[in-house]
Ligand binder design. Structure first.
Ligand code: ADP
Ligand code: MG
Ligand code: MG
Length: 900
């Protein structure tokens, strides 16, 4: 069995596409070697060795040793050095490297092979004792930490591990000798410290630091394999969904030294700026340093070139100035790597006495704006195709462009107050208010307020809308606050358990700190972070971002799935339109009734004693509804608008205060007691499955009639004005075709009456929301009459699982923790179950009615994985909240491209 793959001197046995076997680091070291880029020679132990190691009870394969020895010989040959040699000793690094990078999880040991025998030889060879003892103490520190402590499974508290203790010795030593920087320590100092290190290790860990090069090498190799099953690595894999069977590879590589003096250096670089996407070579370097010094932040690194040097480091010298020739060579490699990999690379390099060596390359991580800019720039540079550019950007990364964000710099130095769930992205700063009414009145005075509540309810909506952000102590990602905020693209953090809110006293305590009404807060809704005080924000301006507009234009040219929006108000409709929505997929009508002006009429209608009373109350609502529909249809002129008839259980409208009860009693000529009795009569044990949806319109047909009349009169009047409108009337929560036909007949009758009365012809559709399993299973019967289906996947998920979305917070965390569910099914569609019902309904529906228009509305419409499912299932459109529209456009394009 071949366990070992060699690379060096322009030739490698591996390639970039062998990541599964060689890990990311090993595969790319091989690739760079084959490209003729200077890479120190070495070899990779495959991920199969790791798997064998675990299958064989943590023993390495028997024939591995011979293969290591052979590869080591080749390495020695190229370097002209011997491992353990007393003439010109070879040192190596032992580096972990899994398929996908696991930052900070896995281990690396440098300078392996330094022993009491090889030290004098390396001193003689380098004529630099300081370098040798600096290297030695680094080896001891890393080895003790990685091999002797972590790999042995020794658990330590934060800040008490051996590495920390050894660092403590250095600090003590520096203090007592009056040194400030590591660079101030001499060869003798490091030698003395190395001896102290070995003593402490023996004392703490009970064994000697190995003085044999092969023991060191094999110890290092086993430790890397051990680290694959370390606690941290296992936890990380679980979060990232990386399977344990992948295993890690180990790279053994000849050391090159960045710490040989002032013409040596080490650094990291990105082929483009990962924070802005600018096509500028961007990186950091340190003179006379080794490996991790740049990342570890022990010393402040210098910038790579003049162009990217920040204001603050004017007095530091860039590599471009300091070593112009090396810089030019590095810049050439930058271009070569980008051309070869066709993507931004993140590289490590070391300069040994003026000679450049590359130690790592991988595709670099980037933030949202940078991802968009790079993708579009690279396509324009003809490095990649337009299709590739569209596939390069993760749809959720668009979010970062669509909302104002807390200034990054300011956030880094700010003190975190509390953490919650990131329910609505973006950043916001405002003064605290604790009630919806206060939010409304203070906002009207011109204040910028953040509404802080235990949780929110539909009655808080006016205050939520007046606030710039919402913060709740309770609730999950699908709580009322989260849902409303997402719909409005509002910054929102929910489930922030550290808040102890005293709404009556207008204050809250967080971790011992008390905040009052009027105090400033800043929220980072993208990360769920809460800060006290007012941090600066950076405005969003997607339209002003050329690359963003270009990327979405390309995306639109590839997608077949249409994207609509869920919007109840003309402002939201206009926003969504600006984001590229092709219609409204769900306009709910119930919010329109919560307005203070209308709620009275609504309550009268609900609590009226007989039909004529109810009819009178309903007709009071007609002018309001008609105006609402006119506004929203006008905002969406030329595009279809799906309007859903009244859906929620009526009791949501009749939570009454004593004063409201009294007022209603007067209006209806009843006693307060009568009102209370009628409210009690409407009480339901399980309202989610109670008198709601089309059941309302069937029991109270006058409601459906009024709503249909409002829609059609609005339509007719707009058509008269010359505005082209396309209303689609949607009957909610249908379970049987008879329910649907009952409502459809009413709606069509009213349409006929309006056409007749106003003398205007108009087009309209009647269809239904599919949100019950029975509707899916009998979709052929319903589709015989319906002109469209819109899957209400929120309710369909509730009714398929039998989960109440409002109560899922009680058990979902445990379900996710124990992997009973892979994710929250209300956020990403459950394709196996709910998705299957959707497929059945599509097939049965189209079977009898090939022209049936089909879409989905609900939270899932903006979730990229769910969008992909909708594309595959042949839906005509998805509908999502306005701020998700660009996300869905990109996701739909990616779904179409991936299918090819
Ligand atoms: P990580 O995955 O944590 O970056 P690496 O294996 O890349 O770990 O190594 C850690 C540091 O040591 C990096 O800065 C790398 O460049 C440096 N390094 C690794 N091997 C060598 C080597 N053979 N010569 C010089 N520096 C090395
Ligand atoms: Mg690295
Ligand atoms: Mg529903």
């Amino acid at each position: 069995m071949k366990w070992v793959y060699f690379f060096g001197d322009g030739q490698a046995e591996g390639r970039a596409d062998m990541k599964n076997l060689l890990g990311g680091k090993g595969a790319n070291l091989a690739e760079m070697t084959n490209l003729g880029i200077p890479v120190p020679p070495g070899f990779t132990l495959t991920t199969e060795v790791c798997n064998q190691y675990y299958e064989n009870d943590r023993a390495l394969p028997a024939d591995l040793d011979a293969q290591i020895k052979a590869a080591l010989k080749e390495t020695e040959c190229i370097m002209g050095q011997q491992f353990g040699g007393t003439d010109n000793p070879l040192l190596v690094s032992v580096r972990s490297g899994a398929r996908s990078s696991m930052p900070g999880m896995m281990e690396t040991v440098l300078n392996v092979g330094l022993t009491t025998k090889t030290i004098p030889a390396l001193i003689a060879k380098s004529n630099n004792p300081r370098f040798v003892y600096d290297a030695y103490r680094r080896l001891i520190m890393m080895y003790a930490d990685v091999v002797m402590e972590k790999a042995e499974g020794i658990e330590t508290q934060d800040g008490t591990g051996i590495r920390h203790q050894l660092e403590g010795l250095i600090d003590e030593y520096k203090k007592s000798h009056g040194h400030r920087e590591d660079l101030d320590l001499s060869a003798d100092d490091w030698q003395t410290l190395s001896e102290k290190f070995k003593q402490l290790i023996k004392q703490q860990l009970g064994s000697d630091f190995p003085d044999d090069p092969h023991d060191q090498l094999m110890g290092g190799i086993s430790a890397v394999f051990q680290s694959w099953m370390g606690k941290r690595a296992i936890a990380y894999r679980r979060i990232e969904g990386i399977p344990g069977e992948w295993g890690t590879a180990v790279n053994v590589q000849a050391m090159v030294y960045g710490n040989l003096g002032d013409n040596s250096a080490t650094g990291v670089a990105f082929t483009r700026n990962p924070a802005t996407g600018e096509n500028l070579f961007f990186g950091e370097w340190l003179p006379n340093a080794q490996g991790e010094d740049v990342v570890a932040g022990i010393r402040t690194p210098n910038s790579l070139n003049e162009l990217t040097r920040p204001e603050e480091s004017k007095d530091q010298i860039s590599l471009e100035e300091f070593m112009p020739d090396v810089y030019i060579e590095l810049d050439k490699i930058r271009t070569e790597l980008e051309t070869h990999y066709r993507d931004m690379q993140d590289v490590e390099f070391t300069i040994q006495e003026g000679r450049l060596w590359m130690l790592q390359t991988r595709t670099g991580k980037r933030n949202g704006p940078a991802a968009i800019k790079m993708a579009v720039d690279m396509a324009n540079e003809e490095l990649i195709t337009h299709q590739e550019a569209v596939l390069r950007v993760n749809p959720s990364q668009l979010d970062e462009l669509l909302h104002p964000m807390v200034d990054r710099q300011a956030e880094v130095s700010a003190q975190l107050l509390a953490k919650g769930l990131p329910a609505g992205p973006g950043g916001a700063s405002g003064q605290i208010v604790f009630t919806a009414d206060d939010a409304e009145s203070q906002a009207a005075e011109g204040k910028t307020v953040i509404l802080v509540r235990d949780e929110t309810s539909p009655e808080d909506v006016h205050g939520m809308h007046a606030a710039v952000a919402i913060l709740t102590a309770k609730g999950g990602m699908t709580s009322h606050a989260a849902l409303v905020a997402r719909g409005w693209g509002m910054c929102c953090i929910v489930g922030c358990g550290a808040l102890k809110i005293d709404a009556a006293g207008k204050r809250m305590t967080v971790d011992g700190q008390t905040l009052q009404e009027g105090d400033w807060l800043t929220l980072n809704g993208t990360a769920g972070k809460v800060y006290a005080g007012q941090l600066p924000l950076k405005d969003s301006d997607p339209e002003g971002n050329r690359e963003y507009a270009q990327l979405l234009e390309w995306a639109d040219s590839f997608r077949t799935l249409k994207v609509r929006t869920n919007a109840d108000r003309p402002e939201d409709a206009a926003q969504a339109r600006a984001f590229g929505a092709q219609g409204i997929g769900l306009c709910r009508t119930e919010h329109m009734f919560f307005d203070p002006q209308r709620i009275m009429a609504m309550r009268k209608m609900i609590l009226s004693g007989d039909l004529s009373e109810r009819r009178a109350a309903v007709m009071e609502l007609l002018p309001f509804q008609k105006q609402d529909f006119k506004d929203i249809l006008r905002a969406m002129h030329d595009l279809p608008v799906t309007i859903r008839l009244l859906d929620p259980p009526l009791h949501e409208f009749i939570t009454l205060t004593d004063a409201q009860t009294a007022e209603l009693a007067t209006e209806l000529g009843l006693s307060s007691q009568d009102i209370e009795d009628r409210v009690a009569g409407l009480h339901e044990l399980n309202p989610m499955l109670g008198h709601r949806g089309c059941r309302l319109g069937i029991a109270y047909p006058e409601i459906t009639e009024m709503q249909a009349r409002a829609i059609f009169e609005a339509t007719a009047e707009l058509i008269k004005e010359g505005v082209k409108v396309l209303p689609e009337v949607m009957v909610p929560l249908v379970g049987t075709d008879t329910e649907y036909r009952h409502q459809e007949a009413l709606i069509r009758r009213v349409a006929g009456e309006v056409i007749e009365k106003l003398g205007v012809q108009f087009e309209y559709l009647v269809g239904t929301m599919i949100e019950l399993p029975r509707a899916c299973l009998t979709a052929d019967e319903i589709a015989a009459d319906a002109q469209f289906f819109s899957f209400g996947t929120n309710d369909l998920t509730q009714t398929t699982y039998g989960f109440s979305r409002d109560d899922i917070g009680g058990f979902l965390p445990a379900y996710l923790e124990q992997q009973i569910l892979p994710h929250d099914p209300f956020q990403s569609l459950d394709i196996a179950g709910v998705g299957q019902l959707v497929e059945i309904a599509v097939e049965k529906g189209r079977g009898v009615n090939p022209k049936l228009k089909i879409g989905i509305c609900g939270e899932h419409g903006g979730d990229p994985a769910s969008v992909e499912f909708c594309h595959r299932t042949g839906l005509d459109y998805v509908s999502c909240s306005p701020f998700r529209v660009p996300v869905a456009r990109l996701a739909a394009a990616q779904a179409a491209l991936r299918e090819k």
